[in-house]
Write a protein that binds this ligand. Structure first.
Ligand code: NAD
Ligand code: GDD
Length: 316
């Protein structure tokens, strides 16, 4: 039976990935700094360990056929765009990537998946909220708007170098804002989908919810199940990427807040306040995804938000 390692298994996407891999019948080892706080972990073996330590990386790759590297110091706009965590984000994520990849290659791991981000795309192509450009070939000249994005770009290149020089098979996805149940919904690292659901769920009837920026900035959001489906399809294809894994259903952040309000069933108004906003516009471009994997996401944003809202309401 194929033995799989999921790094970052205590996190949102890692937790869901472990469950799916178990359903597919694999033997799965998870590793993370912490347990999954929402109990989303069905791995055969779970190791609490710090992947910044090369000895831990060496230990967890033992006997493993394929690795999914999702461990990173990450968060939403309130975490990566304030500038306060730049040193930690770059140092912690780069060390995880260097150690996991280096140890995997030495152990003879056959294939490794790396989770990059849409944050690596150049800011100059994301100034017009109604017409952002995020095709894979628009990555250079590089100009990400955050240190988080620069680290992702560096690590993409690191993984591809290992494939070229050492022959380890690499698959790279650029995730575009993934959301759903069992994701961080409070504490400062939460992204807009969870933040909108939480704010609407906590608000009193007739009250208001605060939205950072003027609300005209745009994004697209991909539901977790479709993200996992795409990751497995990529891993099982002969295409290395990098390839976007995201939705093309772009929405302004104020309209997104209105969606959460409608789902809550309450009468609420929006108050736009100052806050970290990141790029003006972002949308996935799925041409390459469709061409290479003959698949693209189909679930509506609203359906995913309904499920996420219910889960967050229960957490509160
Ligand atoms: P997450 O924060 O829920 O999961 C990341 C996990 O990595 C956490 O559980 C964390 O404890 C673990 N981790 C961090 N440092 C570690 C270390 N030194 N040793 C061991 N474990 C460590 O984030 P997520 O949303 O599940 O994201 C997974 C991956 O996908 C990350 O690489 C992230 O950058 C990338 N990504 C996510 C999104 C998104 O919208 N969720 C978008 C783009 C890219
Ligand atoms: N988090 C959050 N909380 N964002 C808000 C809020 C709020 O209360 N109100 C408005 N926003 C706005 C942000 O200002 C930003 O313009 C937009 O909603 C989206 O914010 P996030 O979902 O937090 O992050 P992002 O889309 O800018 O970046 C995320 O996606 C990347 C991949 O596409 C992050 O999670 C990155 O880590 C990730 O790589």
């Amino acid at each position: 039976m194929k033995k799989i390692l999921v790094c970052g298994a205590g996190g949102f996407i890692g937790g869901h990935l472990v469950n799916r891999l178990k359903k597919e019948g694999f033997w799965v080892r998870g590793v993370d700094l912490k347990e999954n706080e929402y109990g989303n972990n069905n791995s055969d073996e779970f190791i609490i360990g710090d992947l910044r330590d090369p000895e831990i990386a060496k230990k967890v790759v033992k006997g493993i056929d394929e690795v999914y590297q999702l461990a990173a110091d990450m968060g939403g706009a309130g975490y990566i765009f304030t500038g306060e965590h730049d040193a930690d984000v770059m140092n912690n994520s780069a060390l995880c990537n260097l150690n996991v990849l280096g140890a995997s290659q030495k152990e003879g791991v056959k294939k490794i998946f790396y989770s990059s981000s849409a944050c690596m795309y150049p800011e100059y192509n994301q100034m017009d909220p109604n017409n952002p450009k995020c095709s894979e070939d628009s990555a250079y000249p590089a100009a990400p708007d955050s240190e988080y994005g620069w680290e992702k770009l560096f690590s993409e290149r690191l993984y591809l170098s290992y494939q070229r020089n050492y022959g380890i098979e690499v698959r790279i996805a650029r995730f575009h804002n993934i959301f759903g149940p069992q994701g961080t919904w409070n504490g400062g690292k939460e992204k807009a989908p969870a933040a909108m659901c939480r704010k609407a769920a906590e608000a009193m009837e007739g009250g208001q919810i605060e939205v950072w920026g003027d609300g005209k900035q745009t994004r697209s959001f991909l539901y977790i199940d479709e993200c996992i489906e795409a990751v497995l399809r990529l891993m099982n294809s002969d295409f290395s990427g990098p390839v976007n894994i995201g939705s093309e259903e772009m929405i302004s952040i104020n309209d997104f807040a209105k969606m959460a309000i409608e789902i809550s069933g309450k009468e609420l108004s929006i108050k736009n306040i100052e806050g970290p906003t990141g790029v003006r516009g972002r949308n996935s471009d799925n041409k390459l995804l469709f061409e290479k994997l003959n698949w693209q996401p189909s679930q509506s944003l609203k359906d995913g938000m309904r499920t996420t809202y219910k889960w967050i309401e229960n957490q509160i």
